[in-house]
Design a protein. Sequence first.
Length: 292
Amino acid sequence: MKVYFIVKPIGNFRLKQLRKSLEKTFDNKKDSFHIFSSIKKGHAITLTEKAIEQKADVVVACGGDGTINEVARRLVETEIPLGIIPLGSGNGIARHFKIPFEISKSVQVIKKNKLAKMDVGVVNGHYFFGNMGCALESHFIRSYQENGWHGILAYVIAFFDAVAGFKHQRIQIEYQKEIRQISPFVLLVSNTNQQGYDFSLSPKALSDDELLDLFWMEKSNLFNKIKFFLYALLRRKLTAKAFNLVRLSTLRITLLDQDEFCVQVDGEYLPVASNHMEVRILPKKLNIIIPK
């Protein structure tokens, strides 16, 4: 088995941990492994293309949801499976598949090579594998990236920055012959049941059911916002009238204000120039390695 590991920027200690686990796990007579280190945003895409050119049997994203997105987008519709070693912050996609966080254990998952098929979301031609959103959650991601910090504290700071500066936008959503005009506080389209740090707005989402889970919360009062945050953090079912959850395969989002969309895709800010977004699902277009 010829395996390529695309590694996000990490410290020397974790890189040595990874290499030690690979040397211990893979048989150098039957297998070969190659480590490519990404140095900046977007570099993992180029490294994945290089791995494909070199006839990789498996390409492994070593990072968080953003790294997974960069690697996986080049594997869509190929037969080459995606492996995951969760080295990010929230790790929503890895949590969805119950991939162990200990490096040695996640390497064992790669070695066992149990495959599953995964649906792939598309928004205006951009792939997403975990989720995309265009309300508070996208402002939060943009703030998080602008701050340049990482970890749970950085998430908390970015979250309060986003809440303080958030302005509702009027949008129109069209799905399943429904047309609604809303001003969402939160709008998230999920392919997985995790958004990171065990936080979920789509707890029953499946990554192989040919459907996406759309959650939105309308513009509301302070009481409902506090209720939303408490329920989400405590993993309580979001049942109030202000909370909406539907399953769909296609979605059209139109911005009604004279403004621009703020969009996040798999935890990365995505500039969108158009005032229309077309969201759809590509059924089972990605091979992925999962625990047995």
